[in-house]
Write a protein that binds this ligand. Structure first.
Ligand code: NAP
Ligand code: MG
Length: 471
């Protein structure tokens, strides 16, 4: 491996301690062009590989990643900050998604249209797009990559991935492992560098057919504009502000658990985190009391420490944004029920820690209500009816996930139909299934990941007309 000098290196730091955990090259436009060139060279042979064989190769590579799970789990915690338990779940999810798409390899198919015309039939070919650029954020560095890698590779595309600047290490190691275990040279590469430099260079590279982007809404819009200049295919998985509606007949205890996991998993840094909680007034007091008690039992600490349930925020920037959102909101109203501050103690001095926070009835136009809150702070409001809850829930530019908690089938059906979001869970939340399409409405994105639907975003349909010559 090339040595990395200080000048062209990015230092990766543990969010819990500030200690250096690695350094990686800070690549630029020339490296982007070289990576795309390697990918373009690898593409024809990968496309020609029988789909079933591509599936086998992907299965073998996924198994090798699984065998390295302990090493990858620790690496992910050290660079991202999340507790080891959550890092392990993330690596496992990555493997499951690859296996899911590897398993679909033998089911890829196109179409046939009989009697299209006199002595003519039509065919619908499904072809891979070619070089796919995958751009991924730091909150779930590996699963968000897997969502792109699985469908892209099984359909015969080649992938150049750009991890977030602050979380490249686990992804680089996964790339090495997959290449050591059967993925041909150039089929899957990982390039490290800044989004504004390397990312833009990759998006605008002429030979890139598609950009699969996960990240914030403002950057996603910019990436889409750049890609549009080359009429490149784009999928965008962007920000969210998921509402959770709890009606008067809900099973309060399971909803309380879901709210706590939904808001505080990954220190609240999830696109699908529960970011707005709407409680029917009949159960609101009981719910809030139970949730506050649960939050009180959460343990903030380093991701590698025993018993930690909430790690640090990923970076100083994230904590600064969160502190502003909480502070500006409380100046305008709302009751602070828990947290709202950094934890005290020497063990917290060098990391980006923040206490789990609950705010009751902040103004509906405050930052906690209107912005995406990417940290462990939850605003809570009372509602008088399902209709009021749906109206509040839909008063957001985001439309990623949502959930409704009720035993009433009619209420659940109405919520599932009316909530403006790509996913609605009934008496459940946040679990994304490989079987179902996932993707935002409104400013939360374009296109779908997961499900067989994802395959459509990595293939181009081509029409062929076959007419018989007179004999
Ligand atoms: P971000 O700033 O948009 O960054 C995401 C990725 O884009 C990073 O790899 C970043 O690289 C790169 N990037 C930045 N500027 C770029 C440019 N000009 N051209 C090309 N690439 C560029 O996102 P974030 O704030 O770090 O991540 C959190 C956001 O992701 C939240 O909004 C969250 O909701 C969203 N998210 C959405 C989903 C979903 O599936 N819908 C899932 C997870 C997260 P650098 O790191 O080098 O800047
Ligand atoms: Mg960013």
């Amino acid at each position: 491996m090339a040595t990395v000098t200080d000048l062209d290196a990015t230092v990766i730091r543990n969010p819990a301690t500030g200690e250096e955990v690695g350094r990686v090259p800070r690549h630029g436009p020339e490296d982007a062009a070289a990576a795309v060139e390697r990918a373009a060279i690898a593409f024809p042979a990968w496309w020609e590989t029988p789909a079933a064989r591509r599936g086998e190769i992907l299965h073998e590579a996924a198994a090798a990643v699984l065998a390295a799970r302990d090493e990858l789990t620790l690496q992910l915690t050290l660079e991202q900050g999340k507790p080891l338990r959550e890092a392990r779940i993330e690596i496992t999810r990555f493997v499951h998604t690859l296996e899911h798409y590897a398993g679909l390899a033998k089911s890829l198919r196109g179409g046939y249209v009989p009697n299209l015309d006199v002595r003519a039939h039509g065919l619908v070919l499904k072809r891979p797009l070619g070089v796919v650029v995958a751009i991924v954020p730091w909150n779930f560095p590996t699963t968000l990559l897997g969502n792109k890698l699985g469908p892209a590779l099984v359909c015969g595309n080649v992938v150049v991935a750009k991890p977030a600047e602050t979380t490249p290490l686990t992804t680089l190691r996964i790339g090495e492992i997959m290449r050591e275990h059967g993925l041909p040279e150039g089929v899957f590469q990982v390039v490290t560098g800044k989004g504004s430099v390397l990312g833009e260079a990759l998006v605008t590279e002429r030979r890139v057919a598609k950009v699969a982007f996960t990240g914030s809404t403002p950057v996603g819009k910019h990436v889409a504009e750049l890609a549009a200049r080359g009429v490149k295919r784009v999928t965008l998985e962007l920000g969210g502000s998921d509402p959770m509606l709890v009606l008067d007949d809900a099973d309060v205890d399971s909803a309380v658990s879901a709210a706590s996991v939904g808001r505080f998993f990954n220190c609240g840094q999830a696109c699908l985190a529960i970011k707005r909680l709407y409680l029917h007034e009949a159960i609101a007091n009981e719910f809030v009391e139970k949730l506050a008690a649960k939050v009180d039992r959460l343990t903030v600490g380093s991701g590698t420490a025993d018993g930690t349930t909430i790690g640090p925020l990923h970076s100083e920037t994230q904590r600064t944004i969160l502190e502003d959102q909480v502070g500006a909101t409380l100046e305008r109203g709302g009751e602070l029920l828990a947290g709202g501050r950094r934890p005290d103690g020497d063990e917290y001095a060098s990391g980006w820690f923040y206490e789990p926070t609950l705010i009751l009835e902040p103004p509906h136009d405050s930052k906690m209500a209107t912005e995406e809150v990417f940290g462990p702070a939850l605003p809570i409001w009372r509602i008088g009816s399902l209709e009021e809850g749906v109206e509040r829930a839909n008063a957001s530019e985001f439309g990623l996930g949502s959930s409704v908690w009720t035993r009433d089938l009619t209420a659940a059906t109405i919520a599932a139909e009316k909530l403006e979001a790509g996913y609605t869970w009934v008496n459940s939340s946040q679990i994304v299934y490989d079987e179902l399409p996932f993707g935002g409405f409104g400013e939360s994105g374009i296109g779908k990941e997961h499900g067989i639907e994802a395959l459509d975003f990595y293939q181009e349909a081509k029409a062929v007309v076959v007419k018989q010559s007179p004999r």
